[in-house]
Ligand binder design. Structure first.
Ligand SMILES: Nc1nc2c(ncn2[C@@H]2O[C@H](COP(=O)(O)OP(=O)(O)OP(=O)(O)O)[C@@H](O)[C@H]2O)c(=O)[nH]1
Ligand SMILES: [Mg+2]
Length: 274
């Protein structure tokens, strides 16, 4: 098993928030249950679920910050290479995070927002054009990996088959993969293809964090708000997972969730590194 799998199963312990000790003298049990019973936390290595307090939870997420969290800011980033196959990826033992999601979900925008540069990863206008695994080295110590989007309507069947064969090869064979950041567009209702992708990763024991994008789109003219779409998505995920993966709300426009996501990546990385 890749190390990411053992990480997932050894340490991705999740608990219902309602089980926490609450010091109030007159707790309104029914109210706190209603509010917290469905909130399932990502508790990282080194944290006893019993010891979790509200201050340890990153805003806009279910992620608890633990002792492995450390230096998280990005000082430099360099493009390393594009690879057509998993076995062409850089031969390296530095940890990496893969960015995955539907075309147009905001993968390239998220990478640019994380590294605070406009054009590290080109925001593509032609869905399905890129069929490569792109490695970016951060602070000379870890990689962000940009992957092609899935689910674009105009792609040929051949392109889809290519996508699945080579990205599956990457996920199943990349020993240095710490976690997949699976991007989900919070401005639209849950999409079948995203649930299928999450389930495929789950079945293959690949650690993942749901990164909800476009959370700034609060005034969608029709449909639900991002927080409602996120809740609906999690309802559907919960049916298939005993332990809820980490999730976080982001916006590449406002910078929402940026520092929190980087801190989360630091604790996953530092644990993996040791
Ligand atoms: N409002 C808003 N728009 C966003 C956000 N992130 C991305 N977008 C927009 O969504 C569109 C797609 O963004 P990209 O970053 O190119 O998406 P991608 O996932 O890389 O798409 P592919 O490369 O085609 O797979 C662009 O028009 C972005 O400006 C966000 O956080 N908020
Ligand atoms: Mg892109």
């Amino acid at each position: 098993l890749p190390k990411s799998a053992s990480f997932l199963f050894s340490f991705n312990k999740t608990i219902a928030h309602s089980t926490h000790k609450r010091p109030e003298s007159k707790p309104d049990v029914s109210a706190s249950r209603a509010r917290f019973a469905k909130t399932v936390l990502f508790v990282p290595p080194g944290v006893d679920p019993e010891d979790v307090t509200d201050e340890m939870i990153l805003p806009g997420s279910n992620i608890v910050v633990g002792p492995y969290a450390g230096h998280s800011q990005i000082k430099e980033v360099e493009f390393v290479k594009s690879s057509g196959r998993a076995k062409d990826c850089p031969k390296d033992d530095r940890p990496e995070f893969a960015i995955l999601g539907r075309s147009n979900v905001g993968k390239s925008s998220l990478i640019n927002a994380l590294v605070r540069k406009k054009e590290v990863a080109l925001t593509s206008k032609k869905p399905g054009k890129t069929q490569l695994i792109n490695h970016f080295l951060v602070n000379k110590s870890w990689y962000i990996v940009d992957l092609p989007g899935y689910g674009f309507a105009r792609a040929s069947n051949a392109a889809r088959t290519d996508w699945s064969s080579f990205t599956k090869g990457y996920f199943l064979n990349r020993d240095t993969l710490v976690a997949v950041l699976l991007l989900i567009d919070a401005s639209v209702p849950p999409q079948r293809i995203d649930l299928d992708c999450a389930n495929w990763l789950g079945r293959n024991n690949i650690s993942m964090t749901f990164v909800f994008t476009k959370c700034d789109k609060l005034k969608a003219s029709k449909g639900k708000r991002p927080d409602e779409n996120i809740r609906d998505f999690q309802e559907l995920i919960r049916e298939n997972y005993k332990q809820h993966p980490a999730w976080i709300m982001t916006s590449s426009v406002t910078g929402l969730g940026r520092d929190e996501l980087l801190l989360h990546l630091s604790q996953l990385r530092n644990y993996w590194d040791q």
